[in-house]
Design a protein around this ligand. Structure first.
Ligand SMILES: Cc1cc2nc3c(=O)[nH]c(=O)nc-3n(C[C@H](O)[C@H](O)[C@H](O)COP(=O)(O)OP(=O)(O)OC[C@H]3O[C@@H](n4cnc5c(N)ncnc54)[C@H](O)[C@@H]3O)c2cc1C
Ligand SMILES: *[C@@H]1O[C@H](CO)[C@@H](O)[C@H](O)[C@H]1NC(C)=O
Ligand SMILES: *[C@@H]1O[C@H](CO)[C@@H](O)[C@H](O)[C@H]1NC(C)=O
Ligand SMILES: *[C@@H]1O[C@H](CO)[C@@H](O)[C@H](O)[C@H]1NC(C)=O
Ligand SMILES: *[C@@H]1O[C@H](CO)[C@@H](O)[C@H](O)[C@H]1NC(C)=O
Length: 561
């Protein structure tokens, strides 16, 4: 009689699933102990990591940044495999990020002296929400801004028990106190009467809110929980992109797996499990295992343990009444956590600029790192042709200094709308927007008004009649892709960090010490949405994969770390 090895099936070949597989395979002796396979519904590995090419440049359709290199396991791998340098141009996003050109709708370039205090104040609000010590390490200039906003901080420190406060509400209250502290500020000159000082400050503040929307994927910051923000952990030091592409990390993690252990185009449609009163399932081969996976092609597979790594969006869709994905359905504590947590949509839009025919000068071709201060939705001064789905895009910028590829980030409703637009609509909408910000005639500035720069609005300003033309468009579609149904998770108002921990609890729940009526650890959960402090990231997904591999290794008394 052949001794049966436990069979572990990992659903999903993204960072979490591949990391779990890697750990299970590379732990000494365990490859003889387990049968292991990864089943992936798509035609490729990587999941929400998808390095691609556009206009000759290497770009990222999904994960883009290493969020802080200090202590990041992703950074460690990137260094080890020498992925941080490349001869081919890539989505480098360096340098000029620190020095954006901020322009207000209608083509008014804003002087940093107007932009910086608002931006710094916003950042201090976020640091406060993140529980950072905000008074330490401030420069003299910053202390100036700090004092300016001191009333704002008084307000913040008075929020003793914010209860169900959202980040959105917190930020808006902060903005109000910022204004209160500046009572009686001088009105602006210039701006064709279309902007007041207050409306500009609000528009600059809104740029930062829009950046937060893409960071967190909360399309509406009023749904982003305030309390959970201080549990989120960032790695220290700079944030960088990966020169050889994020896929190089995926390929490295997958490289140890023996051929055939990753099965592509294997979409799971149902997971049958045995919460109690275990009855033996018998396959034609006389195989006995508690879990039965069904695939879209009608085939089935038995397993002792399944590690589910599908996105929170996919889980939300699969726990709907009657979906029957989990059979029997997941217990309530699990479905409630899945329902309460937030999972949003973020999309990236890439546009390739046509070469300008007249000059070769780099300067002329260089597009700035453009931050856009839009008029409020109720303003009578809105450019009527700028489409609504562009109006919450914080910036448009080349992916490195002299690239012809421009990138914009979209969140929420705007990101979803983008997915259904055709290329022509996108080009028209973006061109109209850019021309309202960059190619309008220079607005002559009252020389007394130091807030306004009096130079050209920008170097792409079409003083010689050349207009911006786009030759190619590429957008991501994470929201409508049935294998993802969105981008990444966040803690919604009404949810909490505890729900993220609950996401990670294996099933059946109370079988961990083997004293129950059915086999333990039938369904395990990994993926970014199962990590309490690093959710929404690649390294969070990585850690979660390690965690679940270790759980199984410990269960079988292997030396998992
Ligand atoms: C636009 C965008 C930008 C991002 N930017 C960053 C960033 O800058 N930095 C960062 O750290 N993170 C970023 N992220 C988040 C990061 O990509 C994810 O957190 C991480 O890749 C998630 O990995 P995962 O293994 O948890 O899930 P996934 O990568 O989603 O893996 C799950 C896998 O399961 C498969 N699957 C789904 N359903 C089934 C089924 N029924 N049967 C079989 N297989 C199935 C999917 O095809 C997928 O391959 C970004 C994400 C997006 C979308
Ligand atoms: C991955 O990128 C390719 C382009 O290189 C694209 O065709 C494909 O749709 C992308 N997949 C996802 C899930 O974004
Ligand atoms: C697990 O615990 C719940 C109550 O917490 C109980 O109803 C259920 O029967 C238990 N299941 C098993 C398999 O022991
Ligand atoms: C101000 O707004 C009005 C109304 O939208 C518009 O017609 C006008 O061109 C704007 N002025 C400038 C200088 O942008
Ligand atoms: C472990 O087993 C004991 C008795 O065998 C039981 O009382 C206890 O609830 C079990 N714990 C868990 C987490 O299942």
């Amino acid at each position: 009689m052949v001794v049966k090895k436990p069979r572990i099936v990992i659903v999903g070949a993204g960072v979490a699933g591949l990391t779990a597989a890697n750990k299970l395979y590379t732990t000494q002796g365990s490859s003889e102990l387990f049968e292991l396979c990864v089943v992936e519904g798509g035609t490729r590995i990587g999941g929400r990591i998808n390095t691609s090419e556009f206009g000759g440049d290497r770009i990222e359709m999904g994960a883009t940044w290493i969020h802080g290199i200090g202590g990041s396991p992703i950074h460690k791998i990137a260094q080890e495999i020498n992925s941080l340098d490349s001869d081919q141009p890539w989505e480098r996003m360096d340098g000029f990020l620190d020095d954006p050109l901020t322009v207000a709708e209608g083509g008014y370039e804003l002087n940093p002296s107007l932009v910086k205090p608002v931006t710094n104040f916003f950042n201090k609000l976020m640091e406060f929400a993140q529980g950072k010590v905000i008074e330490d390490g401030l420069s003299k200039e910053e202390i100036g801004h700090f004092k300016l906003a001191s009333k704002g901080f008084d307000f913040i420190s008075r929020i003793g028990d914010p209860g169900k406060l959202s980040i959105g509400a917190f930020l808006r209250q902060g903005l109000q106190t910022f204004w209160d502290s500046l009572e009686g500020q001088e009105e602006l000159k210039g701006y064709g009467g279309n902007w007041s000082r207050k409306s500009l400050q609000e528009a600059i503040f809104t740029i930062q809110e829009n950046i937060q929307r893409t960071y967190t994927s909360a399309g509406d910051l009023m749904t982003l929980d305030f309390n959970a923000e201080s549990e989120y952990r960032m790695f220290p030091d700079e944030e960088i992109t990966i020169a050889k592409g994020y896929m190089s990390i995926i390929e490295f993690i997958a490289s140890v797996l023996p051929p055939g252990s990753i099965q592509l185009c294997r979409k799971v449609t149902k997971i049958e499990w045995q919460p109690e009163n275990y009855r033996v399932l018998e396959s034609e081969t006389g195989d006995f295992r508690p879990v039965k996976l069904h695939f879209s092609d009608g085939s089935v597979m038995l397993a002792d343990h399944v590690i589910v790594t599908v996105s929170l969006g996919v889980l939300k869709a699969r726990i709907c009444e009657g979906s029957g994905f989990f059979d029997p359905p997941l217990p309530h504590f699990k479905t409630e956590a899945i329902s309460r947590l937030g999972y949003g949509l973020v999309n990236k839009l890439f546009l390739q600029l046509s070469p300008t025919h007249d000059r070769e000068s780099d300067d002329l071709n260089k597009f700035p790192f453009l931050q856009m201060a839009f008029q409020r939705s109720d303003s009578e001064f809105r450019h009527p042709k700028i489409p609504w789905w562009m109006r919450r895009t914080a910036s448009l910028s080349p992916i490195y200094g002299k690239s012809r590829v421009l990138l914009g980030w979209f969140a929420g409703k705007e990101a979803l709308a983008l997915e259904s637009l055709d290329d022509e609509e996108i080009v028209t909408g973006v061109s109209t927007t850019i021309s309202s910000f960059l190619s309008s005639s220079h607005h002559k500035v009252n020389s007394n008004s130091h807030e306004l720069s009096n130079g050209k609005v920008s170097s792409v300003d079409s003083s010689n009649g050349g207009e911006l033309k786009f030759s190619k468009v590429l957008k991501t579609q994470w929201g409508t892709d049935p294998l993802f149904l969105g981008s990444y998770s966040y803690v919604a108002v009404g949810s909490s960090g505890e729900d993220l921990d609950t996401m990670a609890v294996p099933l059946p729940k109370n079988c961990s010490n083997g004293s129950c009526s059915s086999p333990p650890l039938q369904i395990l959960f990994a993926g970014e949405a199962t990590h309490r402090t690093h959710y929404s990231t690649t390294h969070g997904a990585y850690f979660s994969g390690l965690r679940e591999a270790n759980r199984l290794l410990q269960h079988y008394h292997c030396n998992g770390v």
